[in-house]
Every structure is written in C-alpha cells, then in structure tokens.
Write a protein that binds this ligand. Sequence first.
Ligand SMILES: C[C@H](O)[C@H](O)[C@H]1CNC2=NC(N)=NC(=O)C2=N1
Length: 113
Amino acid sequence: MSDLKHQECEACHADAPKVSDEELRELMKEIPDWVPESRNGVLQLERVYKFKNFKQAWAFSNKVAQLAEDEFHHPSLLLEWGKLTVTWWTHAIGGLHRNDFIMAAKTDALLDD
Ligand SMILES: C[C@H](O)[C@H](O)[C@H]1CNC2=NC(N)=NC(=O)C2=N1
C-alpha cells in the first residue's frame, strides 16, 4: 500500500492517463472518507469536512488553498457554515488522475496540522 500523502503530483497534460477502474478501487482504499462522484461525465473525488463554525471551516479552506498552490493542482471548495466540501479532479483530462488521490490524501493530512 503506497503512502499517497507523501507522494508528489506529476505535471499533468491533456493526454495523461485517467485512472483505470482497478486503480480507482485500489486507490479509494487509501482515502476511505472520500467518495467518487460523476458529474456531467467527469469523475471526481469529494469529501465534506465538518467544523464547529464558519471560522474553522474558513481556516481549513485557506490551508487547502495553500496546498493547491504549492502543488499547482486545484480543487473545488464549497465553504459553508461548519462545513467545507472539497472536490478533486483533473481539469486537463476531464476525470481522475493519480494526482487527485495524492491531493485528497494530502488534504486529509492537513487536519493533523
Ligand atoms: C490553467 C492551469 O494550468 C491549470 O488549471 C492547471 C493548474 N491546476 C489544475 N488543477 C486541476 N485540478 N486540474 C488541472 O488540470 C489543473 N491544471
């Protein structure tokens, strides 16, 4: 079992491979709190993080935004009172790349910071 959160994203380009069904099944085991969602034919990874209030959710969203900039791979973030919904997918390929699983694992690791 590889340790996704310690891996680095690779540069992504339009002909980069999407994860296969088998890779998806295997990689999902490493990020059990995430859910694969298909939206308009685009497979994405999503997790809703719960917090005590808006301020804590906001603070976590800032950490995720900084992570995204550090890795130059960016999520969708929905910031609400007591919740932050984080959604990862690779725009360039219109689906899931290994990078998205690495970023989901790194996002989870931010909770321990
Ligand atoms: C315009 C910019 O190069 C692109 O958006 C980069 C940076 N961030 C990205 N983030 C994600 N999630 N997917 C991409 O394909 C991507 N590509």
